[in-house]
Design a protein around this ligand. Sequence first.
Ligand SMILES: Nc1ncnc2c1ncn2[C@@H]1O[C@H](COP(=O)(O)OP(=O)(O)OP(=O)(O)O)[C@@H](O)[C@H]1O
Length: 543
Amino acid sequence: MDKGCIYYHPPPPDSQPIMSSPSPSPPDYQSIQEPQAAYNPFGYSTESTDQMNTFYDDSQSQYSSYASDYDQGGVDIPFYSTPAPVYLREPLNYHLYTPTLPSVFVTSSTDSHFVPPSSELRQTLQSRSLNLPEELQEYHTLAPLDTVNASERRKFGNWYSAVYMAIKSTDGRAYALRRVENFRLMHQSAFSAIEAWGHIQHPSIVRVHEAFTTRAFNDSSLVVVYAYHPDAQTLYDVYLKSTSSLPFQPSRSQSFQSLDQAVVTAQPIHQPQFTPIPERTIWSYIVQIASAIKKVHEAKLAVRMIDTTKILVTGKNRIRIGSCGIVDVLMHDSHQDMHLLQLEDLTMFGRLIFALCCNNASATTNGNFQKSLEVMSRLYSPEIKTLALFLISKNHPNKNINAVYEMIGTKIFTELDDALIATDKLENELLSELENARLVRLLCKFGFINERPEFARDPRWSETGDRYIIKLFRDYVFHQSDEHGNPVTNLSHVLSCLSKLDAGTDEKVMLVARDEQSCLVVSYKEIKACIDAAFSDLSRAGR
Ligand SMILES: Nc1ncnc2c1ncn2[C@@H]1O[C@H](COP(=O)(O)OP(=O)(O)OP(=O)(O)O)[C@@H](O)[C@H]1O
């Protein structure tokens, strides 16, 4: 610290829960806090409503980093008596904001196999590092997951959003953070939907973890935290990306008017050449989405975002609806009729089926509808078309998710059968892994015992007593040779010997000394006892 300078002495960082009103402050102090005053850093975790009171604006944590710079030794510092200069931590990476140099001015303008031309590389590195905070609430090591270039970004309603993977410091796990840029939260009650979503557990819904607002990105952002599914891709990326350029089709209901206004209306043409998604896969997607919607509607909520760009493919034919809860927070201020929103879910569901069947995100809009019907009739069974038409129909008296269930009943059974077969298959895979674990444990014990140079001050420990039997058995398993003296590398022999050893069978085996002057006939059970005894001796001494 420079002598003679008067520094702003910040209040203790965690003295002020987010909902408490700021304590009256002296005038200068107040002016220092001004930039934050309009910003209301609400936060909400689905883990517990009590946590609501424990969230802080990240911008405050910036202040906290200065706390150690100042003497807080109980001395009365007249920090409000002088208009003190405030040195806030600024993002100093100005160089990252400069435009990309034209390629003629950079040293390498040519592509290499791994590295793009300098100008492009620079842009890539910029976009990777720009404005990413080192820490965000309890999250660190942020890495962007967005796959689209800045120029192709789609809006999430009125706002741009970005997705990051980050590690939570309290549990060390990875999470997906969706950040809505430049969003000002006006009422904390907007987070009540996140609490409700936190209770929704469904195999086809990406779990909502918590939400908070932050200034760590140098704006006021909303962040909703979701379960992270490694290697997930959106349905759009998997099926539509190569054939369409503007896929986002949000709801057209009254309640979504403001979101709609932001939508760019594009007219992707039906691509005559695309590989249709197999009907079995389409039905699988339908059953999964229907089941997710049913769960949500039964919880008196609406999904509000059923779109190819927001549904994740997380495994073979496995999908999960992502981004749940965000629209509820974004649209909190406009009155929503839940029944209408649920009907709108079904309409979006119908549009999704059309989009997937016709390989066109705008299959039901922009004058594409008739063509889409033709494509659908040509490629898929009438049941899919009937269902999709029912879903997008307006004013159908019986339009609800239970009616959908009745229409897809037989497909649900097929799905259930396949899911049970999949479980059996996975159980088998797991069983073989269990075998591996048993064998690896045995091999580790061999490794500890065989050829041990010395134990209990006996350099011949591993060659004598019970250990001699272990050594001969090791030779029997691994070091056999055929009549020509060539090594026998028969893995089945090894696996069957080790399995019998692990089980400790009564079967006997003849172990021959290397000089072939002596042999021993012992059972697997006895060899197992020798190994257990030798290993216990070692581990006892180790302890
Ligand atoms: N919960 C999650 N777990 C793992 N990856 C996710 C998760 N949510 C989103 N992603 C990935 O993050 C990337 C960006 O998602 P996003 O929804 O922003 O798609 P996008 O195509 O970039 O659309 P937009 O232009 O709307 O931002 C996608 O590749 C998606 O697979």
